[in-house]
Design a protein around this ligand. Structure first.
Ligand code: FES
Ligand code: FES
Length: 155
């Protein structure tokens, strides 16, 4: 089945099994390997993308869910002004952790920055609650998003 969607602001049409997982389409068919598979059950957030502006876990969505929708992946986010600010803040605060959880944290952080953006630690913790780190911890990530929010407001 032909599926039409917009990915990182570019129109894309692919011919796939409509039940193929969206995460697999991104990684295997479109070579957008930023979203990672960890739990594969919609629980950990490492495969997070934005679907029509909302954070979703792409491991539990199928191709058909993407029909005529807009997808923003971590690769697209990294090209935006807000994405670049986030990268700088993550870098400055040494918040970058492993490559599995981090792309998901980046997508959820971008969503918070765009749709709320208040430098408020409680809200930031809530916004990142769907992203799980199994090893290192959350404090530096919370701090870097807080810093990004402060800078975004002052820009
Ligand atoms: S891999 Fe999708 S939520 Fe964990
Ligand atoms: S799972 Fe990525 S740093 Fe812990």
């Amino acid at each position: 089945m032909k599926i039409n969607m917009k990915i990182n602001n570019k129109p894309v049409t692919i011919d796939v099994d409509p039940m193929k997982r969206l995460l697999d389409i991104l990684r295997e068919d479109l070579h957008l390997t930023g979203a990672k598979e960890s739990c594969g059950e919609g629980e950990c957030g490492s495969c997070t993308i934005l679907l029509d502006g909302n954070p979703v876990t792409s491991c539990i969505l199928n191709a058909i869910h993407a029909e005529n929708r807009e997808i923003l992946t971590v690769e697209g986010i990294a090209q935006t002004k807000a994405g670049k600010l986030l990268i700088d803040c993550f870098d400055e605060t040494n918040a970058v952790q492993c490559g599995f959880c981090f792309p998901g944290f980046m997508v959820s952080s971008y969503h918070y920055l765009m749709y709320d953006g208040e430098p408020n630690l409680d809200k930031i913790k809530h916004a990142l609650a769907g992203n799980i780190c199994r090893c290192t911890g959350y404090q530096k990530i919370f701090r870097s998003l807080y810093l990004a929010c402060e800078r975004w407001q002052k820009r």
